[in-house]
Structure formats: structure tokens, C-alpha cells
Ligand binder design. Structure first.
Ligand SMILES: NC(=O)c1ccc[n+]([C@@H]2O[C@H](COP(=O)([O-])OP(=O)(O)OC[C@H]3O[C@@H](n4cnc5c(N)ncnc54)[C@H](O)[C@@H]3O)[C@@H](O)[C@H]2O)c1
Length: 418
């Protein structure tokens, strides 16, 4: 701590960590912390590239803070006296870095992404159980307004008992993937070497919270299927920036990967990963229960009290605005400036919650069991696809504790009595 402020170390200063090379106005996690968090100070930073360290240092100094300690070796961050680390490296490094941090007794906030290794998931759980060092999985979509609303509707019983949920990661990432040849972005290698649901947690995290996964419920089986992989080939062949340099690149990752997950309490979940064909961004969160239905794409809440025969489907678009009383306080009090601090405000609310929990020694609402349970869908889907879409069993990383664990929501939701 320095002058009552938490000292933070950043590891990974690329697009997400420090908005490096971004031209769309994003400020990244570093910019968000510098702009909004008066009770923390960034004192140590790490990346493999000197120019990224220098660019991040410049941002920190421009915000009026002292020059941070710089290093290319993340293990040095663990000896720099920081109170917490924020990991936004490529997916392959998350678990390794988190384990070093936890062993050093430094609370960890780890960026999202899947893992190809079930063994790594167990290592993370074992390390947490041996050290007791808090770890937070930075699934910012759990903090988003739509996800907050639907979770509140479920907690208040408005949608009844949920039978089915659905979510997508539909995001045209062709430029980010091919551009990796210049930016070193890890997705290029990932898409060449793997075929799986590689980014499940933006949609699955909020769904898992809503269905009490790791606290009374658990995932039992995964089945996955991938389409052919032609989007990247087509994009590269038609883009002079890459057509020569990447002409021999072969991609294993199918254009659209669909995954079904079965839950112990009887619910099913449908996930779609769609990142190498032209399309608009969509997460498409859907929750279907005995009393109603929520759909993020159409921003609609459809309850059992409407006339299903005569009401036109499109009349119900954007009806979720009528349910704003169900939103948690964070979404009622957010300022226009905070809304501009990354991903429409959810990054701001997530970081505020993380620092608040750390300072007040409160349990982190997205913990190690949530993290590995959501991340491992990548490895399980890869196995299912490789076995002609055979179902694959999901490990119980809580070793039975899910039966007693109490659900910790990321928000305190209002209790609405009707
Ligand atoms: N939550 C969100 O909304 C969101 C959005 C984008 C990315 N992400 C996540 O953020 C992470 C980073 O993604 P990105 O797009 O910024 O990637 P990126 O490649 O732009 O940045 C990753 C950075 O990590 C650094 N790095 C990798 N290995 C390292 C090591 N061993 N030591 C030090 N530095 C190392 C790289 O040099 C690079 O600068 C990923 O996990 C991604 O899934 C999350």
C-alpha cells in the first residue's frame, strides 16, 4: 500500500491491458484504472515488448503518477511489493502467471479466455486451495447491464424456473487474427492449431451464475461441433496486406462452433462461437423459464401474461426497458463518463467491485471454481470435436463442494415484491 492506495502490477500490456495499437477509442484496463480508480496506483508493469512497456509508462506518467517499475519477466512483478496483479496476457500464459502470483501471496485478477488443458485447471484449483490467495476471473460480461437485468429477473422469479439458456460470441475477428502476423496477437496461432469453443466465458459466465453453477448445480456433459474453416482463407486471399505473407497458413478452427452443455439440475445451454465470417457483434443471451423468456438480441422480456396468438413478435422488441427497476444500484448511478470507460461501463463496474472486495477483504464473486469450470469448456469442446462430437464429461473442480456452496452474485439485486 502507498498512501492508503493499493499498489497494482500489470502483466500483459497489449490491446486489452493497455489499449496498445488500438485506434477505436478503447482505453484498456490500464486506462480504466488510471481514469477511475483513485484508491489504487499502478507501480509495476510487465510485457515482452519494450515499446509496450514504454507506451504504458507514458500513460501512467501523463495521469500524474510516478514512473512504474518495468520488467519483461513476470516473475519480477511478484517481488515488486504490489498488493495485486492484473493479468491480460495471451491465453496460454494466464494459468502460469496466476499460479506464480498466488504462490507469492499476491491476489490475482485474471483476464478471460478458454484453456486447452484440464490439468492446468486442476493446478489452479490446487494452488488456490494450498495458498488461499484470492483469485478473481475478470469476466466483465457478468457486470453488463443486460446480464444484470436478466439475472435480477431470474432471482426475483419473474421468468419462473429456467430450463434453457443460450449465448453467443459472435464477433468478426478476421482482421485481429490475420493481423497477428504484425501485432504478435496470439489468436493467429490459436486459430491455426486448435478447433474448439475457444472463447466461451463472455456468454457462459453470466449463464453459469444465473443457473447457480458451482453452487448447487454443475455442468455434466459437453457436446461440440464445428463447421468447416473457410472464413480466414477467404479473408486472407482477398486482402493484399496478408495474401502473400499468409498464403500458406492453414486454419484448424471451424468458422462456427456450436456447443451444448447439460447441467445436473436438468437445464441445457447452447453456445455459439462465430468469429471468422462477416457479421455484427452479438452475445444473444437468452433465458427461457416457466413464466417467461429474455432475449438480449431483441432486448425483450416476454412473459406468460401476453396474448401469444395475437401479439406480433416484433412488438416485443426493446421491452426490457420496462424492467429497469430490477437493475442493481451500480447501473442506476453510473455516470456518462464511467459509461465511456470500456465496453459501455461494465469494465468500470467490474474493476470497482474487484478493488472494493480486495480493500474490504470480501470474497471475490467470480472465484477459482467459476474460472476453471467456465474456461475448461474450451478443452472439453476440443475433445468432443476431435471425437466426432461425442459427449464429454465435465470435471467437478469443487470436488463435491458445489452442493453446499452458496451463490455469490456479482451484484446485490433489488428485491421487488409484486
Ligand atoms: N474481457 C474483455 O472484454 C476482453 C477483451 C479483449 C481481450 N481480453 C482478454 O485479454 C487478454 C489479452 O488479449 P489482447 O487482445 O490484449 O492480446 P494482446 O496480444 O494484444 O496482448 C497480450 C499481451 O501480453 C503480453 N504477453 C504475453 N505473454 C507474456 C509473458 N510471458 N510475459 C509478459 N507479457 C506477455 C504480449 O506481449 C502482449 O502485449 C486475453 O486473455 C483476452 O481474452 C478480454
Amino acid at each position: 500500500m502507498k498512501d492508503g492506495k493499493l499498489e497494482i502490477g500489470f502483466i500483459g500490456l497489449g490491446q486489452r491491458g493497455a489499449a496498445y495499437g488500438m485506434t477505436d477509442g478503447s482505453i484498456g484496463l490500464l486506462g480504466n484504472v488510471l481514469k477511475n480508480s483513485n484508491d489504487v496506483i499502478v507501480t509495476a508493469i510487465c510485457d515482452r515488448f519494450q515499446e509496450r512497456l514504454d507506451a504504458a509508462t507514458q500513460k501512467i506518467v501523463e495521469h500524474g503518477y510516478p514512473v512504474p517499475r518495468q520488467t519483461k519477466d513476470y516473475t519480477e512483478i511478484m517481488n515488486s511489493g504490489v498488493d495485486a496483479i492484473i493479468i491480460s496476457t495471451s491465453w496460454d500464459m494466464h494459468v502460469k502467471v496466476a499460479i506464480e502470483g498466488m504462490k507469492a501471496g499476491i491476489p490475482v485478477a485474471m483476464e478471460v479466455g478458454g484453456t486447452h488443458s484440464i490439468e492446468d485447471c486442476w493446478k489452479l484449483v490446487d494452488c488456490y486451495e494450498q495458498t488461499g490467495t484470492p483469485i478473481f476471473f475478470m469476466e466483465n460480461c457478468c457486470y453488463n447491464k443486460d446480464e444484470a437485468l436478466v439475472t435480477s429477473l431470474v432471482r426475483n422469479g419473474v421468468l419462473g424456473d429456467i430450463s434453457f439458456c443460450q449465448g453467443y460470441y459472435c464477433h468478426d475477428l478476421r482482421e485481429e487474427i490475420a493481423g497477428g502476423i504484425d501485432t504478435h496477437h496470439y489468436r493467429l496461432k490459436e486459430y491455426m492449431e486448435h478447433n474448439c469453443e475457444n472463447y466461451p466465458t463472455h456468454e457462459l459466465g453470466p449463464i453459469a451464475k444465473l443457473l447457480n453453477i458451482t453452487s448447487g448445480n454443475r455442468f455434466t456433459k459437453v457436446v461440440s461441433m464445428s463447421s468447416k474453416a473457410q472464413g480466414m482463407k477467404h479473408y486472407i486471399a482477398n486482402n493484399p496486406k496478408y495474401s502473400e505473407r499468409l498464403k500458406d497458413a492453414e486454419f484448424k478452427q471451424g468458422d462456427v462452433t456450436t456447443t451444448m452443455i447439460q447441467c445436473e439440475n436438468g437445464e441445457t445451454i447452447f453456445l455459439k462461437l462465430d468469429t471468422t465470417l462477416p457479421r455484427l457483434y452479438e452475445r444473444g443471451l437468452t433465458a427461457s423459464g416457466t413464466k417467461g423468456f429474455y432475449n438480449q438480441t431483441t432486448q425483450s422480456v416476454i412473459l406468460d401474461n401476453i396474448d401469444h396468438e395475437s401479439t406480433k413478435y416484433k412488438d416485443m422488441f426493446f421491452t426490457q426497458e420496462n424492467y429497469s427497476e430490477y437493475l442493481p444500484d451500480d447501473w442506476r448511478t453510473i455516470t456518462p463518463e464511467q459509461l465511456k470507460s470500456g465496453h459501455g461501463g461494465m469494465d468500470y463496474i467490474m474493476l470497482k467491485n474487484f478493488f472494493h472486495c480486495l480493500k474490504n477483504k470480501k470474497p471475490l464473486p467470480i472465484d477459482v471454481y467459476d474460472a476453471v469450470t467456465w474456461m475448461c469448456i474450451t478443452a472439453l469442446s476440443e475433445e468432443s470435436i476431435a471425437k466426432s462430437s461425442m459427449p464429454v464429461d465435465c470435471p467437478d473442480f469443487t470436488r463435491g463442494k458445489y452442493k453446499q456452496r452458496k451463490t455469490v452474485d456479482v451484484f446485490e439485486f433489488p428485491k421487488i415484491v409484486k
